[in-house]
Ligand binder design. Structure first.
Ligand code: NAD
Length: 358
């Protein structure tokens, strides 16, 4: 098969982990005789330096002409957010890309690995987070005013029934292929948006009599995710709650660097990215965990290209890598008997396994 892919590595650890994901992709290409045409483009602070904008037209037109987008991460250090290069970087790049292509539904699978020690003790976790991506406070009006000499800030939380319905259908469809349970997360005891969210989740559930729906308040969900994660199958979440809870849930997988994600639009175009940010605190040290980016490749192979066997091989390679003891420092620290390897060493080992050379 011949497929074209936009490669948007971005900032910080983005290029480091992307290099390993591309290695795995090249391994699959050679092993299966596919042809992947990779079109590299600039985004985030890296694009700002070159083009003076975070999502330049050059990048946009490359993204418009490909079969899938593989994204790294964008953004600078938290202490430098007011610098021109980093100001509104995320909003001007990844949020704009999501909006431009209509990536409304984000899927983040979270699973535990038996070979990884865990700070909370090992638990079997296999859940899928479905996060709505184009509504909520991120896209409402953001205001900073001075009223009667007092600074007042407001961010409008807005949801329409169409956005919620799209996310809800994605969650129920996914649950049908899994353990047939959807937990819809809201704050319906306080927020109007959440009351609408709950109403629509209930309406959509009527079309899925074989799937059990439960509603859970977000504060309780934050606690249950740590206390009893195996009770969840599919979590359906509005944008902001999803942003926060998926980072929390990453602890269950061992590290934020382990989580892949897929964002899909109604025409079937997909953007694939790790769940973490650009991790400026470890950028340039060669120690970032590339597994989230590599597993994003597996999601792309499966969702965008229908390459199920190829996706399985990438996932199995991750498991095998962990089983034989390859760990970047973020996960090696969970198990002091394991020697930490670099991002590149882990990527090279992954390539060997994908190529069946191990
Ligand atoms: P972050 O996700 O970059 O990092 C949080 C913590 O997790 C850090 O300690 C980091 O070292 C660690 N971490 C993250 N990925 C890792 C990996 N692959 N391997 C090992 N450790 C990893 O969040 P932050 O520090 O709050 O934000 C940094 C920048 O990233 C900010 O500019 C923020 O706006 C941006 N950001 C971008 C995206 C995106 O590109 N989609 C998402 C979130 C944050």
């Amino acid at each position: 098969m011949k497929k074209s892919i936009a490669i948007l590595a971005g900032d910080g650890i983005g290029p480091e982990v992307m290099a390993q994901a591309v290695k795995a992709l090249r391994g699959i290409e050679q092993r299966f005789g596919h042809q992947f045409i990779l079109r590299e483009a600039w985004v985030g602070g890296a694009a700002w330096e070159r083009y003076g904008g975070h999502f330049p037209l050059e990048t946009q037109s490359i993204c418009e002409g490909v079969d899938a987008i593989l994204f790294g991460s964008v953004g600078g250090p938290i202490s430098e957010q007011t610098y021109e290069k980093w100001k509104d970087c995320e909003r001007n790049s990844i949020l704009r890309i999501r909006q431009h292509f209509g990536f409304q539904v984000n899927m983040r699978p979270i699973r535990s690995y038996p070979s990884l020690k865990h700070p909370l003790g090992w638990m079997h976790v296999d859940l899928l987070c479905i996060r709505e991506l184009l509504g909520d406070v991120y896209f409402g009006d953001h205001r900073l005013d001075v009223i009667d000499g007092i600074r007042v800030a407001s961010d409008a939380m807005v949801y329409d029934e169409k956005s919620i319905t799209t996310a809800a259908y994605a969650a129920f469809d996914a649950a049908r292929g899994r353990r047939k349970k959807v937990t819809s997360v809201d704050k319906a005891n306080v927020l109007a948006c959440s009351r609408l969210w709950r109403e629509i989740a209930t309406e959509v559930s009527m079309h899925y009599p074989d799937v059990h729906l439960e509603h859970m308040l977000v504060d309780n969900c934050a606690m249950q995710l740590i206390r009893n994660p195996s009770s969840f199958d599919v979590l359906l979440m509005p944008n902001m709650f999803g942003d926060i809870l998926t980072d929390e849930a990453s602890v269950l997988a061992g590290s934020l660097g382990m989580l892949p994600s897929a964002s899909l639009n109604s025409e079937g175009l997909g953007l694939y990215e790790p769940s973490s940010g650009s991790a400026p605190d470890i950028a340039g040290k060669g120690i970032a965990n590339p597994i989230g980016q590599i597993l994003s490749v597996a999601m792309m192979l499966e969702y965008s290209f229908g390459m199920h066997e190829e996706a399985l091989i990438v996932r199995e390679a991750v498991e095998k890598c962990l089983e034989v003891g390859y760990r970047t420092p973020d996960i090696a620290s969970l198990d002091d008997r394991k020697r930490a390897v670099t991002t590149e060493e882990l990527g090279n080992q992954m390539y060997k396994i994908v190529m069946n050379e191990d």
